[in-house]
Design a protein around this ligand. Sequence first.
Ligand code: AMP
Length: 307
Amino acid sequence: MSILVVGTVAFDHVKTPFDERAEVLAGAATYFSIAASFFTPVSIVGVVGDDFTAEHERVFNARGIDLSGLERRAGGKTFRWTGEYGYDFNTRTTLDTQLNVFADFQPRISAAQQDIPYLFLGNAHPSLQRDVRRQSRARLTAMDTMDFWIQGTPDELRETLQCVDVLIINDEEARQLARDPNVIRAAKAILAMGPKRLIVKRGEYGATLFGAGSFFAIPGFPQESVADPTGAGDTFAGGVLGYLAATGSGLDEESLRKAMIYGSVMASFTIEAFGTERLLALTRDEINDRYRQFKSMTYFDSIEHSF
Ligand code: AMP
């Protein structure tokens, strides 16, 4: 089954301690859709300016991603974000966010897109996310958010959280959202805000799935070559929703656990290069291989050991 994603298509300027790139084709919807396209058909709802060229469009076409819901604003400028990573890549500072055409984007979902069964509300103004949610008849909705919206639009965010099934955020965002330094307590508080499941991403340390009375944690894939962690979160979400949609799954524990492994596998590739470079070169065999590595890496039940 297919997925509808709403979110930023962007140009990023990324600084790491070892390298720097400007005008990288990026954004939440971009990373998400490319990752999910390895599993199932994806349609994007978003907006770009006329700096988004035929060359950029070819990237999406190459992955079969439907851009009929991508509005082109003549004379406008595409969303831009500048961020800088610390030495260990675990800290990221946003240096600049220019919403540009995204500032007053009011998406209208086509009749066909309203029936797409899986919906991902990528990082965006929570009112915009809610607006899309209201227009859609999706059977499963997941969403992301970040400090920019948690701090800037807390009331709107609370309302949006009431109409989604799964929230996917990182540990720092979970602490901020719940105003609690303890992630376990924060998770309980967030589940009380509306989502039925919460996935907390912990960068190189993995991810955790919370439900009412359920808990599942996976490590990060042991990755030696990290060039740029940007987009790991959206790629993770693309893998999660991609797997759920491809298998027609709901919120059952087994499907969600497998989906998290696929999310981590996809994210582990994204970070190997700047922007979407690595994802675009990826093959299904590489995904399957890494899934198997993940499985053996986390299996412990019948391993002989002695004390
Ligand atoms: P992540 O997966 O969390 O690393 O997300 C990275 C992407 O989010 C970048 O490519 C940015 O263009 C995009 N981004 C950054 N800030 C925002 C924001 N406030 N709203 C929506 N998208 C953003």
